[in-house]
Design a binder for this molecule. Structure first.
Ligand code: FES
Length: 122
């Protein structure tokens, strides 16, 4: 196992991300609402740089009391990053593919040591 330096915590603002490398492997590290998440930057579709895509809130359907469709809205609690190659969306907090939750990006532990942040790579 190796510890890969990500950033000084003071220089890694909430809402930002970093891409670090461990040999030939890239790892995307996200800072979101006070927590850190790290995944392999390798889309499960065709190997695109999934962690480099747009961040966007999940789009949810709104169902009226009479069970009819009443439009869409952005989720308050679920955020996705979107692979820039073909648009696969991944849940930022779990690494699951939003369209098929059985598919998950490889996750890495994030370690805070003093003022520095690391990911643990196997
Ligand atoms: S490679 Fe990521 S959506 Fe196709």
């Amino acid at each position: 196992m190796a510890e890969i330096f990500v950033a000084k915590i003071a220089q890694f603002a909430d809402g930002e991300r970093r891409i670090v490398t461990d040999g030939k492997r890239e790892i995307g590290v996200f800072h979101w609402r006070g927590a850190y998440y790290a995944y392999e930057n390798l889309c499960l579709h065709q190997g695109g740089p999934a962690c480099e895509g747009l961040l966007m809130h999940k789009v949810e359907d709104v169902i009226a009391p009479d069970r009819t469709w009443a439009g869409q809205r952005f989720s308050d609690c679920e955020i996705h990053f979107v692979c820039p190659w073909h648009g696969y969306e991944y849940d930022l907090k779990t690494g699951e593919c939003a369209a098929d939750r059985r598919l998950k990006l490889k996750r890495f532990e994030v370690l805070r040591r003093g003022e520095d942040l690391y990911v643990i790579s196997d």
